[in-house]
Design a binder for this molecule. Structure first.
Ligand SMILES: Nc1ncnc2c1ncn2[C@@H]1O[C@H](COP(=O)(O)OP(=O)(O)OP(=O)(O)O)[C@@H](O)[C@H]1O
Length: 500
């Protein structure tokens, strides 16, 4: 029992270490993928890789080691013993083995394909559940609980149907293996009978040989239930390893030689900090839909440039090129006169650009941790200073736990306006050279609105700012206005011209 304890616990620990290492490597790979990767893969699908697939791979690995190795060596050993005992009798079933292997491989590849489809369908069902659970307020607001359940049931039923077919296939495989095992015994019996009739073998020798055959076949039969496990593990492992091989197009490789980590040249007030030259762009997921069709615009240092235009005109897309979430299909984005691609993307996002998105997301953490996100080394005093600038200090202090108030999942415990001001503080804490601000379109009550606007005006003071403007007041306070439409710049001018 001491050996059993050592063996089971050692195997368990090795399996858990393997799973933890795989999960760590997979998460590290996912975090370094570019934004286009997340356009292609749904988060529920990636979560399935991290949890279910790694789990299946680990179980298959453990059963392959614990039972597979033992039974496989026993089978091979017994077969070798049988061949040594009587090469003539062994010839009967050795001839028959290639046929069994061929049938096994054929059936195996069919079952692998089925297992892949079943797993993909299960991931689709998970995605439906994930979406409903993360959008619970919308589901409830539109009374869609029953519809969501119907959708989920449909997906789960399809996954279950595929899993049932897989179970039938695995059952068939095991039945055929049993048949093959009995077939071997029968073949040896018939062949042995013939040999005894010819006086080439004694009944005693045949009996001894049959005992050997049974040992070999028992070990082989023990291998067959592992087959289903192995199929599931191999498909799950295949998906995990394929994902581990994904390489981002825009690689964040901090400190890579040759990449700039500071502005290429000093930029004084009024000189171009950023320039877009004839930029064309289509999202990788929709390469046929041209979103930017030859956009040129200039952002002078220290100026506020308001970008406006109809919904879908490509305004946010311009900001996504500046953060290097994507690279232009054609044309150039220049920073201090050098192509943005010659800068380290990590530096661009950490130090150059501060982004205040239209709908900021908060993490399930305290307000302090949320503001500090992006600059973990910032002191408490710096966090408070940023919050003051963002008109957030007062309301944060009014909470009983102040900066240590937990904002809950997706920041649901704070109001929309408060969330926006926390996001403004977070961006300001980085003290970015270029502030990109996507003005919220969602309505806030007038007091909140006034505070958010005041926070934004403060944030823009003395900085280079690109603001995607939805309010006239924002446009009025800008130095330059760019009007976009159909992926082009329709008008670009100093505000004075618009005022005429
Ligand atoms: N990740 C994406 N994949 C494919 N197409 C996208 C993606 N994001 C945006 N688009 C498309 O690109 C076009 C421009 O979108 P963009 O978000 O830049 O517009 P916008 O001017 O900022 O609009 P709004 O003011 O409504 O935010 C739209 O037609 C949109 O459908």
């Amino acid at each position: 029992s001491g050996v059993t304890f050592a063996y089971i616990s050692l195997l368990g620990c090795v399996g858990e270490n393997l799973a933890a290492r795989l999960r760590r490597r997979l998460m590290a790979t996912l975090l370094t993928q570019d934004v286009a990767f997340f356009d292609r893969h749904r988060s529920a699908e990636l979560l399935s890789r991290l949890s279910g697939d790694v789990q299946d791979f680990k179980s298959a690995f453990k059963s392959a080691v614990s039972q597979g190795l033992r039974n496989a060596t026993q089978t091979v050993g017994s077969l070798g013993y049988l061949v040594a005992m009587s090469p003539r009798l062994s010839a009967f079933f050795l001839l028959y083995i290639p046929l069994v292997v061929a049938v096994g491989l054929g059936l195996g590849s069919m079952l692998r394909a089925l297992s892949k489809r079943a797993a993909a369908q299960q991931a689709a069902a998970n995605a439906v559940a994930h979406e409903a659970l993360t959008q619970m307020r919308s589901v409830k607001a539109f009374g869609m609980e029953a519809e969501e359940l119907r959708l989920y049931e449909g997906q789960v039923e399809e996954a279950a149907a595929l899993a049932r077919r897989l179970a039938l296939g695995i059952g068939l495989f095991q039945a055929l293996s049993n048949l093959a095992v009995n077939g071997v015994v029968l073949t040896v019996l018939c062949g042995g009978g013939v040999c005894i009739g010819r006086g080439e073998l004694t009944a005693g020798e045949l009996t001894a040989y049959l005992v050997g055959v049974q040992t070999a076949m028992r070990s082989a039969a023990n291998l067959s239930p592992l087959f289903g496990h192995a199929i599931k593990g191999a498909t799950a492992g295949g998906r995990v390893f394929r994902l581990l091989d994904s390489r981002p197009c825009i690689e964040i490789d901090r400190g890579r030689p040759g990449l700039l980590t500071e502005l290429a040249a000093p930029v004084s007030a009024g000189q171009d900090l950023v320039r877009l030259e004839n930029v064309r762009f289509a999202y990788p997921g929709r390469p046929d839909a041209v979103v930017l069709d030859g956009v040129s615009l200039t952002v002078p240092s220290g100026c506020v440039v308001a970008v406006c235009g109809r919904s879908g005109a490509g305004k946010s897309t311009v900001t996504q090129l500046l953060t290097r979430f994507y690279d232009p299909t054609d044309g150039r984005v220049l920073l201090a006169g050098r192509d943005l691609r010659s800068y380290d993307p990590g530096w661009v996002r950490d130090r150059l650009v501060g982004l205040i998105p239209q709908e900021p997301a908060l993490f399930c953490a305290t307000i302090r941790e949320n503001i500090r996100y992006g600059r973990p080394e910032a002191t408490d005093a710096e966090v408070e200073a940023a919050a003051r600038l963002a008109q957030a200090h007062k309301f944060i202090k009014a909470f009983p736990r102040g900066y240590d108030t937990h904002v809950g999942e997706r920041g649901l415990a704070v109001s929309g306006g408060q969330k926006q001001r926390i996001a403004i503080a977070r961006a300001l804490l980085k003290d970015p050279k270029l502030l990109i601000l996507d003005e919220a379109t969602s309505a806030l009550d007038s007091e909140s609105e006034r505070l958010v606007q005041a926070a934004l005006q403060q944030a823009m003071q003395g900085r280079t700012v690109i603001v995607i403007a939805h309010r006239l007041s924002t446009i009025e306070s800008a130095d330059y206005v760019v009007v976009m439409g159909n992926g082009r710049v329709l008008e670009a001018s100093a505000l004075a011209i618009f005022r005429v």
